[in-house]
Ligand binder design. Structure first.
Ligand SMILES: [Zn+2]
Length: 113
């Protein structure tokens, strides 16, 4: 996945290259590839999560039995969010998904194939 929009800072000490603010890897090492940032890089994780969202199908439905809106995402049927309005149900779902963030990079590379 090509994306060179990461925030960067000069390397300093006469080094002509800039480096990622988050993981400090230099531009030639990264070469515009998101996956070439270190795996713990905050920017990399954020980009991969944003990319993963584009492949997901969100649904919000009204549950008559529970009198509450239920938000679900097709690709992760184990996750749900509940709320008195669709946005609050979605927000709860997002929080449940954030907990799962660590599992996503693998899911994304499968989806991109
Ligand atoms: Zn980085």
């Amino acid at each position: 996945m090509y994306d060179d929009s990461y925030p960067s800072i000069p390397s300093g000490r006469g080094n002509p290259y800039r480096r990622c603010v988050s993981c400090r890897r230099t531009a030639p090492d990264i070469n515009g590839e998101v996956e070439r940032h270190y795996s713990w890089c905050a920017w990399r994780r954020e980009r991969i999560a944003a990319h993963a969202f584009r492949h997901l199908n969100f649904r919000v439905s009204w549950s008559k039995e529970d009198s509450v809106f239920v938000a679900r995402v097709d690709e992760h049927p184990d996750l749900t969010g509940y709320g008195p309005t669709p946005p609050t149900a979605l927000k709860e779902l997002m929080e449940a998904m954030a907990v799962k963030l660590d599992d996503w990079p693998q899911h994304t590379s499968e989806a991109a194939r």
